[in-house]
Structures are given as structure tokens and as C-alpha cells.
Ligand binder design. Structure first.
Ligand code: EPZ
Length: 417
């Protein structure tokens, strides 16, 4: 992506549906033989990967409109999720819970490493075992079986895990008796996902608190469900707006899903005003204030908005520190930002950022999804021209990014690689 920096963003951006709700929602189609209709599904590479995996498993998938999918698992072909699919998108491990719970067996490739950290799925496996599945690991595959079904129980997560909680929900909804997930993730995507499962006939309560209770039911039925707006997309464009000293209306967002983030944005000099169904964002003062953050599980500051925030702090009026508590290697955007003139020092899980007057455009390389968009924001505020390479990272999580930003006055062009 070639970006000519310097413009202040101005206009309106329609926020797309949430990637991190769409992925588990699509996997939930495995839990019933009836059609599951999902609307406001973003057109992303990760959604296409999930469609390919579900198609391989035997789920019928069709686009009923540009942003709606109808998925129907009425004749499954296999309970194996092969390495080729899982290595492309680790959220494929969300096939484990529903395959085990409805079909009594699942063979899912281990996802392997990830750029941002080890990202084990040991807690997913432990949860399935606690619910009564036999699990072996061989040849890089998780082989889980529960020929007589699963038995509800307490499943304790020493670390709260978003997809771990979602996988366990899908395993428990058809288990015999009552299950409780202790130290459950409370992210809005998890809460909405539990709401989706309840719409399909599940009996889940307590979602959004650390203890979720699931009463097993005989079977689930189809449903129609609208995917909520992507709160990480909202935060990303809010940061881009404040960084470029712009003024943008972010349409379709739920401010309550971002309260920690919005508090920090305000402290850093941003202003946001709820306006019918969205928020108007702009910079409320000349300077960007240096404000330190620590990422945490919800409702703390989201790790998925850490890289974008670092870019904002590179031009703040002083020094700030950014501590990444969720993933052990999520600062790979820092060296690339330094190539654009940023002053960042990394020490273990903490980055110290000393604001500079200006960034200057350069050739940079994306390393993961959120790092890639932090480099785009840097290109928007830098003087001169920036080229961001390896856009496949970006396309995993942002729908029509350059269209949305160019409509707000950015000067961006996608070059052939
Ligand atoms: C989800 O990943 C999101 N992905 C991530 O978004 C997000 O960064 C993350 O939650 C944290 O909010 C989806 O929802 C598809 P975790 P997930 O399990 O579920 C450790 C993006 O940019 N852990 O909550 O994989 C893990 O290593 C992506 O959109 C174990 O050790 O994250 C991490 O340090 C990136 N063992 C911590 O827990 C396990 O079995 C939290 O991870 C599971 C997790």
C-alpha cells in the first residue's frame, strides 16, 4: 500500500461487522442441522478462510447478500479440520467444540505458532477433557472423542481465554446437565456469541461475568442473527482520526464496548461525541498528550488496539509507556515505526515511546494484523510517502480499508506486489 501522508481525515466511516464475533458465529452452524443465517458479516480474508473450512467439513454455505451468509450443516462430510486450514487461521480451532459436542468426535490440527506469541490451546484441550472427552495429540493433531456425549461440569480457566470460552460454550450447550465456566472471558464478542447460541435454543446465563452457567439441551435449531459492529475497527479509525487531527463520524458503533479505550483516547487529547448510532471523533487540543497504558482482558484496554495506540504516542508531547500483558511478542510494529523516525525502546513487555515532532515516510513491512494497520496510521501522519508491504496481514481483519480512508481524504493506493 502506497500512502502519501499529511491529510487530516474528515467525513464518515461505516463500521463493518465484528471479525471476532463472525468467526465463532460461523462455527456455531456445526451445532445444528438447520440453517443459521448471519447478517452484517464483514468481507474479510479470515471469513473466507472460515467458509473454506466449513465447506470442507460439509457445511453448506451461501452468500444471501453482500454481507449475509446462510450456513447449514445437515450432512457433515468429515470431523477432521486439516492443517492447511488451521495454519491459515488459528480461529479454526473453534471447530473442536461443536464437532465434539454434536458428533462425538473431532480431529483438529494444532494451530502451531503465531507471530504475536505462542498462543497455546492447552486450555481448550483441558476444557474438553473436563467435559469428558478422550483427547490425544499425535502427528500435530488434536484427536478428541466422546462417543457417549459430554457431561456438564465446572470448567476453570487459569487464564481467561476468548476463544477458549467460546469453544467451551459450544461443547457444553449439548452436554448432559449443568456446566459452569469459571474465569470466563467477558469480551463483548463472547457475550454476543452466547446470545447467538441462546437464539439457537441454548440455555446460557451469566455471560459477561466471570462465571457463565450452561444448562445442556437436547439439540439446537437454526436462527437469524445480526453481527454487531467491530469495536476494534472503531478504535482503529478513532486513533487514525485523532492522529491526523481530523474529524470523522464513525457510524454503527457501541461506545460501551470500548469504555477503557475511549477514556484513554480522551486523556490523550481526543474527543468523542455519541451521535445517533455512532460517535463523532476529533482532536480536542493542539498537542497529543502522552498517556501510558497496560493491555488487559476486557473490560481493560484491548490488546488489539495496542499497536495502533503506539503509533499515536510516537507523536505525543512527551514520553509514555505501553505494557502488553496478553501476548508475549506483540511489539513487532515498533522497529518498523522506528524506521519512520519514531523513538521507541522495548524492554520485555514494556515499550517506552518518546514523542517526536514528525514521522517520515519509508518502506515498512507488516508482520501481523494489528501491526499492519499501525503502520498505515503512521503513513497517514508521516511526511512524504510510505509503502506498507505484506498487506495480506491487513486484509485478514479490515474490510475496504483504503476505500474508507480515501473517502475521508487520505491518499492511499494498493500497488500490485
Ligand atoms: C482472541 O484470540 C482474538 N481472536 C484475538 O484477536 C485477541 O487478541 C485475543 O482474543 C485477546 O483478546 C479471536 O477472537 C478470533 P486468548 P484468542 O485465548 O482467543 C493464552 C485480532 O487481532 N492462552 O484470549 O486466541 C494466549 O497465549 C486477534 O483480531 C493459553 O496460554 O486469545 C494469550 O496469551 C489477535 N492457552 C492469552 O491466553 C490457551 O489455551 C489470551 O489469549 C488459550 C490462551
Amino acid at each position: 500500500m502506497r500512502i502519501r501522508g499529511g491529510a487530516s481525515l474528515g467525513g464518515t466511516i461505516d463500521i463493518s461487522g465484528s471479525k471476532n464475533l463472525s468467526l465463532p458465529a460461523m462455527m456455531a452452524s456445526l451445532l445444528t442441522d438447520q440453517p443459521l443465517s448471519l447478517s452484517n458479516v464483514p468481507r474479510l480474508a479470515d471469513v473466507i478462510s472460515a467458509i473454506e473450512l466449513l465447506d470442507y467439513l460439509g457445511v453448506g454455505v451461501r452468500r444471501s447478500s453482500s454481507s449475509s451468509l446462510v450456513l447449514c450443516c445437515s450432512n457433515l462430510k468429515t470431523t477432521e479440520a486439516p492443517y492447511d486450514f488451521v495454519r491459515k487461521m488459528r480461529a479454526s480451532v473453534l471447530a473442536l467444540g461443536p464437532l465434539l459436542s454434536r458428533f462425538g468426535k473431532a480431529s483438529v490440527s494444532l494451530p502451531g505458532g503465531c507471530a504475536i506469541g505462542a498462543r497455546g490451546i492447552d486450555l481448550h484441550i483441558k476444557a474438553m477433557q473436563q467435559l469428558g472427552a478422550e483427547v490425544t495429540i499425535e502427528n500435530g493433531y488434536i484427536n478428541a472423542s466422546a462417543p457417549n456425549g459430554l457431561d456438564g461440569c465446572d470448567v476453570n480457566f487459569p487464564i481467561s481465554s476468548v476463544t477458549g470460552t467460546e469453544n467451551t460454550l459450544m461443547a457444553a450447550v449439548l452436554a448432559r446437565g449443568t456446566s459452569r465456566i469459571l474465569n470466563a472471558a467477558m469480551e463483548p464478542e463472547v457475550v454476543e456469541f452466547a446470545n447467538l447460541l441462546n437464539t439457537m435454543g441454548a440455555n446460557i446465563t451469566g455471560h459477561g461475568t466471570p462465571i457463565i452457567t450452561i444448562e445442556g439441551v437436547e439439540s439446537l435449531h437454526g436462527a437469524s442473527f445480526e453481527i454487531m459492529p467491530d469495536r476494534i475497527e472503531v478504535g482503529t479509525y478513532a486513533i487514525a482520526t485523532v492522529a491526523t487531527n481530523g474529524r470523522v463520524m464513525l457510524k454503527g458503533c457501541i461506545p460501551d464496548h470500548l469504555s477503557s479505550f475511549l477514556e484513554i483516547l480522551k486523556a490523550a487529547g481526543g474527543v468523542y461525541e455519541p451521535v445517533d448510532g455512532g460517535i463523532l471523533v476529533y482532536r480536542g487540543q493542539d498537542k497529543i498528550e502522552p498517556v501510558s497504558i497496560c493491555t488487559a482482558q476486557y473490560p481493560g484496554y484491548p490488546t488489539d488496539l495496542q499497536a495502533q495506540y503506539m503509533t499515536l504516542m510516537t507523536i505525543a508531547n512527551g514520553a509514555s509507556s505501553i505494557t502488553e500483558n496478553i501476548f508475549e511478542n506483540r511489539f513487532m510494529h515498533a522497529p518498523e515505526l522506528c524506521r519512520m523516525g519514531a523513538n521507541i525502546a522495548i524492554n520485555g513487555r514494556t515499550a517506552t515511546v518518546i514523542g517526536v515532532r514528525k514521522l517520515s515516510g519509508a518502506q515498512v513491512m507488516a508482520t501481523d494484523l494489528r501491526a499492519s494497520v499501525s503502520l498505515v496510521i503512521a503513513g497517514l501522519i508521516a511526511s512524504g510517502e510510505t509503502i506498507v508491504n505484506r498487506l495480506y496481514h491487513l486484509d485478514r481483519g479490515y474490510e475496504n480499508l483504503e476505500v474508507k480512508l480515501n473517502n475521508c481524504g487520505a491518499d492511499m493506493e494498493r500497488l500490485e506486489g
